[in-house]
Design a protein around this ligand. Structure first.
Ligand code: NAP
Length: 287
């Protein structure tokens, strides 16, 4: 019997979750729990710890149990694509899936990280990205979605600067047909930053528990530009604190987290997500 045939009819009850390894630290259950309550929907959003070698059987179980959808986090964002029936074109271009929608037993993968990030950046710090020079520090999974979403806003240029310069180059190559994208190693960070209108940290440098670290010396940050960090724990990283002291407009990662979740919830429910309530729930949790 295939999974579709035995999928239960959990009529009216919305089963949602996040798969990752580790996943215990995830704030998604808290955020989506608050959203479901606000929307008056009966359902649950559960954290599911999934080891990489159990990914295939987990996805089969999600179909069997009738999960309406789920988020995907480290380390499964790439590997998940092998187990889905369909992958949205944009997620395929980015090369990562963070959201899965189950439509009657057919699983389709999406990526809401990049669009969530740009929505937050425009709403909170930089309403106009067209014609701007963006410098992206890092070339990991998150950077892929960010660079993709930035390029859709017609910036003058996007420069990717990474410790491992070959990873920056391969990301730049993948996006080259879409706009002006350059790749550099960290030895060129000072030069790149000096020409930036928007400087974005997509690395984990500065994240809890290494809050005293920063991906860029303060004196390399030009005064008055927009400085953005994907990290939301802590809410204000050392990089953002130092940038604010230099007169920059600063933007933290909480908004991206809220909007990537809001877009996912909109796929699952077909209704507008209560982004304000989701943000409030997170801020209360951070104290
Ligand atoms: P990833 O795929 O593991 O990529 C990590 C990146 O950080 C790589 O570019 C890596 O450089 C760089 N890096 C790590 N340690 C470094 C160090 N000590 N010095 C210099 N560079 C270093 O991780 P990811 O999924 O892209 O996530 C990156 C960050 O984004 C994390 O802090 C994560 O929490 C945050 N994030 C936030 C949201 C949100 O909703 N706000 C969503 C997704 C991710 P190499 O290539 O040289 O190793």
């Amino acid at each position: 019997m295939n999974a579709e045939a035995i999928a239960p009819k959990a009529e009216g009850y919305l089963l949602l979750g996040v798969i990752g390894c580790p996943v215990a630290q995830s704030k998604s259950p808290l955020m989506h729990g608050a959203a479901l309550k606000e929307m008056g929907l009966e359902g649950s959003y559960v954290p599911l710890h999934v080891e990489p070698e159990r990914l295939g059987e987990t996805i089969a179980a999600m179909r069997t149990l009738g999960f309406r959808g789920f988020n995907v986090t480290i380390p499964h964002k790439l590997a998940i694509m092998d187990y889905l029936d369909d992958v949205d074109e944009r997620a395929r271009e980015i090369g990562a899936v963070n959201t899965v929608l189950n439509e009657g037993g057919r699983l389709k993968g999406y990526n809401t990280d990049g669009i969530g990030y740009v929505r937050s950046l425009k709403a909170e710090a930089a309403p106009e990205l067209a014609g701007k020079r963006a410098v992206v520090i890092g070339a990991g999974g998150a950077a892929r979605g960010i660079v993709d979403a930035l390029l859709r806003e017609n910036p003058a240029s996007v420069t990717i600067v990474n410790r491992d310069a070959t990873k920056a180059a391969s990301l730049a190559d993948a996006m080259a047909s879409r706009g002006r994208v350059a790749a550099l190693g960290t030895d060129k960070l000072q030069e790149a930053a000096s020409a930036a209108d928007i400087l974005i940290n997509t690395t984990s440098v500065g994240m809890y528990p290494q809050e005293s670290a920063t991906p860029i010396p303060a004196e390399w940050i030009p005064g008055g530009i927009v400085v953005s960090d994907l990290i939301y724990n802590p809410l204000e990283t050392r990089m953002l604190r130092e940038a604010a002291q230099r007169g920059c407009t600063v933007h933290g990662g909480l908004g991206m987290f809220v909007y990537q979740g809001a877009y996912a919830l909109e796929y699952w429910t077909g209704r507008p997500a209560p982004a304000g309530v989701m943000r409030e729930a997170l801020l209360r949790n951070f104290g």
